[in-house]
Design a protein around this ligand. Sequence first.
Ligand code: ZN
Ligand code: ZN
Length: 411
Amino acid sequence: MTALLFTNARIVDGTAPERGAPMDVLVEAGRIREVAPKITSAAAETVDLGGRTLMPGLIDAHVHTIACLADLGANAKLPDSLVTVRAMKLMGEMLMRGFTTVRDVGGADHGLKVAAAEGFFPAPRLNISGKALSQTGGHCDFRGPYDDRETIKTGFALGALGRVCDGVPEMRKAAREEIKGGAQFIKIMANGGVASPTDPIHFLGFAREELLAVVEEAENAGTYVSAHLYTDAAIRRAVECGVHSLEHCNLIQAETAKFAAAQGAIAVPTLVTYDKLSSEGAAMGFPANSVAKIDSVRLAGMESIAIMREAGLPMAYGSDLLGQMHRHQSEEFVLRGQVMPAHEVIAAATFIAARLLRMEGQIGCIAPGAFADLVVVDGDPLADLALLTHQGRHMPIILQGGAFVKRTALN
Ligand code: ZN
Ligand code: ZN
């Protein structure tokens, strides 16, 4: 791998409200070797960025790479071969939007992670939970009210977001099986959901003893639990039981946000999926009873961002899109930019997400020793977050692990 020297780069990494002064960045053997105002290297190929913006590769902390259909019940019935190919395509498109790492919070298995890392197809670094855990009638139970056939306990389809388990022993076993299978954290459905048929938003998922058990299993394996959550009561209960990664959080209130911040939790709002489910969901095959639930969480979403920011609860970037709506992945930047400063929005997809993935210093920063995951942006995203949208149109260069995945001539 050739060494690369990027010169005259204005760094934007979410730590400051203004672009940095021009810097040089030396990349060797897939890693960032040096960042300084002036670097000379005889061995490296020089790429003069001419004052363009240089960002760490973006991180999306809430995706479902296997959700090729908006109807998740139907998605779970597709053959694994079809889901694999469609997931690789979805991942390739994520990478070309500048997302060099994504955290899959339900569905992707270890095989998909290995396939992404092998590099035969362009794909982000993949961080996975394996199958999400749901109770009977919860957010991953797509059987509907008139189907009482037993749920399967093993051999899950790749297209299934999750698996059903009930009671402490099944919960512990399911968590252990996911960790054995390569899960890097455990995802649970601890509240009603929009995409599922029999769980209104206000339902609490799992008993406290089940939540405490799964948190213990995750911590025994040196990791954490991420939970699907909307209501204030569900979030408070989850944090009390030790849940660390709080997905969605649309209906959170100030006291709970402060409590979660004090416990060291990280929230992962996903405003864009409700925005797009509302405008496009029905046309994309999202079931009618699910469409009817959207506004109960969508309308409170923007307010939740302000509440969490005020409470000092860190927020990582999440998109949570399904099927053809994946193309809106970068629009979460613009939505959040309506309620918080641009550099804080960018921080969600850089160092805050890296902390959540427990990869601080490795990804989400431009510093010696980090992976050389880099995105060049034409213009200043701190002045216009929409430069990060449009499928990477304003990103002439995308680098992953020191290799170009996109290289357009700079002029
Ligand atoms: Zn969810
Ligand atoms: Zn999700």
